[in-house]
Design a binder for this molecule. Sequence first.
Ligand code: GLY
Length: 307
Amino acid sequence: MTEDAVTASWGHASPCTWSILVHGGAGDIAAERLPLHIAGCERAAAAGAAVLAAGGSALDAVQRAVEVLEDDPSFNAGTGACLNADGAIELDASIMDGTTLTAGGVCALPPFKNPIAIARRVMIRSRHVLLAGDGAVRFALAEGFERADPESMITELARTRLEAVRAKDAAENKSGGTVGAVARDASGRVAAATSTGGMVNKLAGRVGDSPIVGAGTYADDTTAACSTTGHGEAMMRVCLAKTTTDATRTTSAETAARVSLAMMHERTQGVGGAIIAGRDGSLGLARTTRTMSWAAVTNDGTRASGA
Ligand code: GLY
């Protein structure tokens, strides 16, 4: 297998007591918007790092980082999420704890401000891993979450993108913006979280990889934590997040990301990106798209970002 499809990768190979890495979506973001995406990732990584530096858990850190990204209208998650073929927001999100292998997710969820917080509640308060549509709404309301006014979450950019993609009679996620975070805490626990609006002009009810454990999100203290982004239909078919964390048994986080994305491209022609926090706190990422904004912070003083 050739890794020619991989367009960029980055790694922090040294073990770390704690570390966090976030992404703002693989795609083809216009040059003038990239600084906004990188700055948003830096803010999210800093928020997650503050949790870890204070002795908090990897699970709390990835949830906090993803909430910051969901609240940032630059990204395709929470506020600013893309619109489906009906012109509506439908949100997917999941979170996973590498210590217990417990996970929670929501999919095809109508507007709520922070879907990742509802996914976490599914994990800890329901008997289930994934709740969809109306059932997810009823669960969220029963747990005290409030529905958001759709107009408060739909941006002008999302409307413009829907019109452009409709005109091509397509569905796409080239505009990037799915968000995710992976972390390792000082107790050696890893966690991952992912949140998205999915694809522009997707059919109502379409669910991508982001809420699917093993495809969009995976975490296991014996291997690594991974959040993926890109063409969800391809990622589901190769269980990208689980494939990538398994690969860290024999190689570095950066190489694991490179190899699994190359495999996905070879087998499905799908493109995307992945971020990984190894069980030793090392970090790695790779993409097969033109851009993927990201930012990392570690206890040893590393502060890195890019796209
Ligand atoms: N990777 C996000 C999606 O396809 O929905």
